[in-house]
Design a protein around this ligand. Structure first.
Ligand SMILES: N[C@@H](CCC(=O)N[C@@H](CS)C(=O)NCC(=O)O)C(=O)O
Length: 216
């Protein structure tokens, strides 16, 4: 299939935190894109139209440079390697590894446990209260680890220095998600300080899920 080399198209869902990561990355780099909503609540991720974009039935998917990419972290690294404006990763190998480790706490350790399909399965097995207990515990435990790693690095105000990068664009959606599920953030001063600093930047509002919430 031929894809436009001029237009960037993001297939996403307003409340998807993996999509929100990519929106933040695009906005930090000042890249214009067109959104195509895939309604997860209506099951559109499982339609053949979307499965041909991403066989695992998830968002985000990004069409860019005539190519198609899935997996938010792979997408963000592609953006970073092809667009040097506002680098998302530090240059020193050890700092890059630390930033990636923080990003992976969110993307690999927390996020899959709170994904829509996972939560539906937990609710089927244990009911709505079990689902709530499950998701709150997974997020609180994962974010406590993120906070501890941040404290050890001493980085301020952002996760890897004085500008937001890969770890921050993973953290911000995870905090949004934590708020959504009613997770107490008071024991996470470094995480919330990074969010406060990020919220001062235009990219924060531009990528925010509330901008894209369906009008009911
Ligand atoms: N590892 C993937 C995760 C993608 C993912 O799970 N996306 C969620 C939304 S945040 C999704 O599409 N879920 C669909 C479902 O659970 O049915 C990434 O980072 O892009």
């Amino acid at each position: 299939m031929t894809r436009s080399v001029d237009e960037i198209v993001l297939f996403d869902y307003w409340r998807s935190s993996a999509s929100y990561r990519v929106r933040l990355g695009l906005e930090l780099k000042g890249m214009a894109y067109r959104r195509v909503a895939v309604n997860l609540a209506a099951g559109e991720q499982r339609l053949s139209e979307h499965l041909t974009r991403n066989p695992i039935g998830a968002v985000p998917v990004l069409d860019i440079d005539g190519l198609r990419f899935t997996q938010s972290l792979a997408i963000l690294e592609y953006l970073d390697e092809t667009r040097r404006i506002h680098p998302l990763l530090p240059t020193a190998p050890a700092e890059r590894a630390r930033a990636r480790a923080l990003a992976l706490i969110v993307a690999a350790d927390i996020h899959p446990l709170g994904n829509l399909s996972t939560l539906n399965r937990v609710a089927d097995l244990g009911g709505e209260q079990a689902k709530l207990d499950w998701v709150r515990n997974c997020i609180a435990t994962g974010l406590a680890a993120f906070e501890a790693v941040l404290a050890e690095s001493g980085s301020m105000p952002f996760c890897a220095g004085d500008a937001p990068g890969l770890a921050d664009v993973c953290l911000i959606p995870q905090l949004y998600n934590a708020d959504r599920w009613g997770v107490d953030l008071t024991a996470l001063p470094r995480c919330t300080a990074a969010r406060d600093a990020f919220s001062q930047l235009p990219a924060f509002q531009a990528a925010h899920p509330d901008r894209f919430a369906p009008v009911s």
